[in-house]
Design a protein. Structure first.
Length: 116
């Protein structure tokens, strides 16, 4: 979706009434969307609860997590696809993403969105 299509979808979903629906932003990797912050802001502004399911890549930094919390996300879903770094990284095809995911879980805690 383009940014405007995303905003239009939010306006349409908001017509469902109260309480507003909960928006879960997934991907691929939603952190690759340059308009992610705009869409989160538009959703929060309209009263949506917002959750994010980012990929455990180098884009998921402590600073980004702080910015997401400040933007108003309520929860974050982090996937572990294996009990070891070797299994998880092989499944994801991204070396090092197991450690990134574990670090992200630690970084999210002080901001208090729910980790799923």
């Amino acid at each position: 979706l383009s940014t405007e299509e995303g905003r239009a979808m939010l306006r349409e979903a908001r017509r469902f009434g109260d309480p507003p629906p909960h928006l879960v932003i997934t991907g691929g990797d939603p952190l690759k969307r340059p308009d992610l912050w705009d869409l989160i802001g538009a959703a929060v502004e309209q009263g949506f609860g917002v959750s994010l399911a980012p990929s455990g890549t180098v884009l998921l930094t402590r600073e980004v997590i702080g910015r997401l919390a400040a933007a108003g996300i309520q929860s974050m879903s982090l996937s572990l696809d294996g009990s070891t770094a070797e299994r998880h990284d092989a499944f994801r095809g991204v070396p090092g993403c197991f450690e990134v995911t574990l670090r992200a879980a630690r970084w999210v805690r002080p901001h208090r969105p729910v980790i799923r």
